[in-house]
Design a protein around this ligand. Structure first.
Ligand code: FAD
Length: 255
C-alpha cells in the first residue's frame, strides 16, 4: 500500500467534488474489496473518499419496491429485508460475519464481481439502481466482469428491488471465500419469472430459457457450457451442471 489522502465528505456534492479534485480517487464503502486491492497494489488511489458520512444506509418499503441504501451492510439486509425473504437469506450467506458486518450493498453492486451474490438478486428482482445523477435498470447496469454503467465518479445512493410474490437464491459456495462457484436467483413476479445466474460466466446474466420453461410449466433446460468460466475451482461443464442443480434448489426453496 502507498500513501493516500482520506477525505470524509458530509454531502454527495462534496464527495463528487473531492472525486473530481485531481489525481486518482476511489470511493470507500465497506472496504472489503477495495482495501485488499490496495494492499496488493491492484488499486493505488491518491485519495480515498469515505462514503460513511453521507447517510446512505437504511431499508424502506415503498409500494411495490424495497429500497435499500447503498451503505447498508450485508448483516442489516439479512436482518431487515423481511419484505423479500429470499434477498435477506442471500445477504445472510455472504462471506463470514466480519464481511457481513462491514461490506455494503452499494459496494457489491458497484464492484460487480462476476461471482458476487447481490448482482443476481438485482437482475432477478428487476432492480432500479439510483445514483447521484441517474436511475439505471439492472438489465442495463451490469456490463460484464467488474464493469457497470456507472460513469467516473458516479455514486450509487440506493437500490429499489421489485417485491416479488416469491423468490429464492441457491448458491454452490466456494468453501474458503463463500463466493458463488455458481449462484441462481429465481423470482416469481406473478405474471412473469426472472432467473439470474452469477459465478458461472464472465458476468451475471439472465437465463431466458429457464424463465420461459418455468412460466410454461415445462421441463427445466440445461445451460450450454460454451461461454462459462473455467478456473482452478470448476470447469465449464461442471458449472453448467451446477446451474441446473441450483435452479432446482432455488425453485424448491421459494419464499
Ligand atoms: C473474505 C471475503 C469473502 C467474501 N465473500 C463474498 C460472498 O460470499 N459473496 C459476495 O457477494 N461477496 C463476498 N465478498 C465481497 C464483499 O461482499 C464486499 O463487501 C463487496 O464486494 C464490496 O463491498 P464493500 O462495501 O466492501 O465495498 P468497497 O470495497 O469499499 O468498494 C468496492 C468498490 O465499489 C466502489 N463503491 C463502493 N460503494 C460505492 C457507491 N455507493 N457508489 C459507487 N461506487 C462505490 C468502490 O470505490 C470500489 O471500487 C467477500 C469479501 C471478502 C473479503
Amino acid at each position: 500500500m502507498r500513501d493516500f489522502d482520506l477525505v470524509r465528505p458530509a454531502s454527495l456534492a462534496a464527495a463528487t467534488a473531492a472525486f473530481a479534485a485531481g489525481g486518482e480517487a476511489a470511493y470507500l464503502a465497506g472496504g472489503h474489496t477495495l482495501i485488499p486491492a490496495m494492499k496488493s497494489r491492484l488499486r493505488m488511489p491518491d485519495a480515498l473518499i469515505d462514503l460513511a458520512g453521507l447517510d446512505l444506509a437504511g431499508i424502506v418499503p415503498d409500494g411495490k419496491r424495497l429500497w435499500i441504501g447503498a451503505m447498508t451492510r450485508h448483516a442489516d439486509v439479512a436482518g431487515g429485508a423481511s419484505a423479500i425473504p429470499g434477498l435477506a437469506a442471500l445477504a445472510g450467506g455472504i462471506g463470514d460475519p466480519q464481511v457481513r458486518n462491514r461490506g455494503t450493498l452499494g459496494g457489491s453492486i458497484a464492484n460487480n464481481d462476476p461471482a458476487a451474490d447481490y448482482p443476481a438478486a438485482a437482475l432477478a428482482l428487476d432492480a432500479l439502481i439510483e445514483t447521484d445523477r441517474a436511475t439505471h435498470k439492472a438489465d442495463d447496469f451490469f456490463q460484464g466482469m467488474f464493469t457497470t454503467a456507472l460513469a467516473d465518479g458516479e455514486i450509487i445512493t440506493r437500490i429499489g428491488f421489485a417485491i416479488p410474490q416469491r423468490s429464492a437464491y441457491a448458491k454452490f459456495r466456494h468453501p474458503a471465500s463463500r463466493y458463488a462457484v455458481v449462484g441462481v436467483y429465481v423470482a416469481d413476479h406473478g405474471n412473469s419469472w426472472r432467473v439470474a445466474v452469477t459465478g458461472a460466466g464472465p458476468g451475471v446474466f439472465r437465463w431466458a430459457e429457464a424463465e420461459a420453461a418455468i412460466a410454461a410449466g415445462g421441463a427445466l433446460p440445461t445451460l450450454p457450457a460454451d461461454d462459462l468460466n473455467s478456473d482452478i475451482h470448476a470447469g465449464p461443464e461442471y458449472r453448467a451442471h451446477l446451474c441446473g442443480v441450483m435452479l432446482k434448489q432455488a425453485l424448491a426453496g421459494l419464499v
